[in-house]
Design a protein around this ligand. Sequence first.
Ligand code: C2E
Ligand code: CA
Ligand code: CA
Length: 768
Amino acid sequence: MLDSLRSRLILLLLGMLAFMTVAMGYAALGAMQRDSAAQARQALDVASRVFQEALSNRATQLGNSVRLVASDFGFRQAVALREQDTIASVLENHGSRIDATLTVLLTTQGDLIASSGQQVSQAQISQLFKDMRLSGQDSVSDIVHIGDQAYQMVMVPVKAPQLIAWVAMGFSLDTALANQIKALTDLDISFVFGSGTTNAALLATTLPDDVHDTLTSMSSDKQLAVLDQPLLTTQKALDRAGTIQALLHLSTAPWQETYLQARAQLLAIFGLGLTLAVLFAVALARSITEPLQLLTQFARAIGLGQSLQPPAIKRGEVGLLSDTLQKMQHDIRQREQQILFQAQHDTLTGLANRYLVELQLPALLSNQPLWLLLVNIKDFKHVNDAFGYKNGDSLLEQLALRLRNAFPVAAMIARLGGDEFLLVNPDALQPADLPALQQQLSTDFSLDNSRLNLKLALALYQIPAQTGNANDALRRVEIAMVHAKASHQLIAEYQPGQDESHQRELTLLHDLPLSLQSGHMFVVYQPKVSLRQRQAGSAEALIRWQHPQLGFVPPDEFIRLAEHSGLISRVTDWMIVQVISQLASWRDQGIELTVAVNLSAYDLLSSDLPGQIAALLQQHQLPASALALEVTEGAVMQDPQQVIQNLQILRQMGIELAIDDFGTGQSSLAYLKRLPVHEVKIDRAFVKDIEHNHNDALIVQTTAELAHGLGLLVTAEGLENLAGLARLQAAGIDKVQGYYFSKPLKAADFAQWLTEFQQQHNRWFPEV
Ligand code: C2E
Ligand code: CA
Ligand code: CA
């Protein structure tokens, strides 16, 4: 949370304000406190001056009173007569008249004559006398301590008319006096003797009892508190020796109160200020961060590709940033559109690509029937090779343009691959129109001032309205294209059911490698019977596939698929392994056979096969003559040089080789001559009706003669009945293979058949 700009701004502003406030408050309160302390002290000073003034006024007043007593005739007479008893009562009477607690009469030399009230010693009075004499005045006043009391003493001469004696009167410093002065100065007052010493004593005070002990040990400025009210205290020495002291106490409560009031006000002001500052800081921080937050949201929306209105910020750097983001959004949108276009279109022709077709076709399908036309340039690779890629590109562009012109209302024209275009048309396309369209699209291209025709294959599929599915539709038109390419006209329309057979093909291709391993494939053997020896010394191995779901799958079907998909070498390898191990096991049982395995064109295009076969034969300690191979003419034509070279190697190894299906392929006698084979197998097509068809019989006979002429053995395939056998014998055929002798059999059945065949020749060769 503290990471956000807003909170940091708020914290910074508040921190600064709080610091300033506290510093100012501290300074102001400090000054106020010092000021009120100074005021209190000043008030105390003033009050203590008033106190001193009051004390000296009292001394003058008392002096006058005492002088009045001393001038009294009766008093003077008693003193002059020195009548002890009279003096005592006079002192007593006159003293009490002016409220003196102590009265002393001295000789002119200062010797004690008499005293009343408190008993006074000569020593105690001598100092007073000495002071008075020194001052030279006619009356003197001082504070003295006698017994456990302090007195304000006043001494005056008694004249009759010469000086006859001195009279001194003392007035107790008691609570009454203290209260009197308190009424005058508004200060609390204490009189203390010998403050700080061991025999210190409190003489009088206006303060309550609980502070009495503290008062005797007070030093100046010591803090006293009465009823929690702090008292400011100052000390005044009352006598010369400084042992009697007046403590003047000033309550600082009023100042304290003003100070506290001021402090409370100040705190309230600062509190309010701080609250306002918080609000201000929050508002300020928000005003700064809110636009930033809006921009952040906006930027995030841009990142997510959402279209959000940019925040309406016009002022300052943030406004600039907003503008920049807005422009960025615009640029990104443009680039996105560009990239999207590129991702959905072919860069060369500008047509839609496969991705866009897959994206948009479902929507196009929903309400109307559509016609899909796939156009494929046959052998476009050769065009590129012959004329270069630049010219190839130019042809593609021209073809794209022709498609556009030919179908102005097309829902979509796309280039699906290098040489394949797709037209999605809402108007009907009839198969009958396709040849003319093919002509129009494929002829007369201009290339470097010369004219050129392309070979175009056209495949058509009508997507039914509502029920159509885009993926199915594309797959179906592509299936139709496979048929178109295979057809002579290079034109095909999708036929119902082709999709299913295509699906079956996919399943077969997928399952084939697995089935080779899992025992769903096995080998059957069909005997080849030599007519001269009437022996079955050889056989052909044929593959069988019992598919767990699809049932029996004819070899013609999956072998063709395997050849087209490159899987055939796996089949061949598997067959050779199976056959060689079966041969070995037959040898162990005393059955000596030569078994032929069928090869496909692709098997002989690489030179791996001879080595593989040699290794297997050796592994099972079999002679090469145990294995034979059958090759079709078509296989040889793929790459005659390579195939013939491989065949030669195999022949040198001692393996018997046969040309299969002779007479059906592009037979070339020239090749036949060059092929290193031992045997020719005449195709079943010429054999199956030989007993009825004179032409077939002739072909078989001519082929046999020709082959014999080249030093080759001749095998006839597909003999089904006895009548045919006679014809084949007549034609000079060496070996015969066909249902007449046996259908292809599993290994165990084959061995059984062999025994039967050897024992019952007459069954197959009744002497005709
Ligand atoms: P193919 O090599 O010409 O094999 C002979 C085919 O003729 C076999 O069919 C066999 O059952 C059939 N046949 C033999 N005698 C008669 C007869 O009297 N009447 C009739 N109607 N048919 C007869 P199959 O086994 O269905 O094989 C068909 C083709 O499949 C084979 O023709 C061969 O081209 C291919 N094929 C079979 N097994 C293999 C194999 O292991 N490898 C390769 N590459 N191709 C194989
Ligand atoms: Ca064969
Ligand atoms: Ca054959």
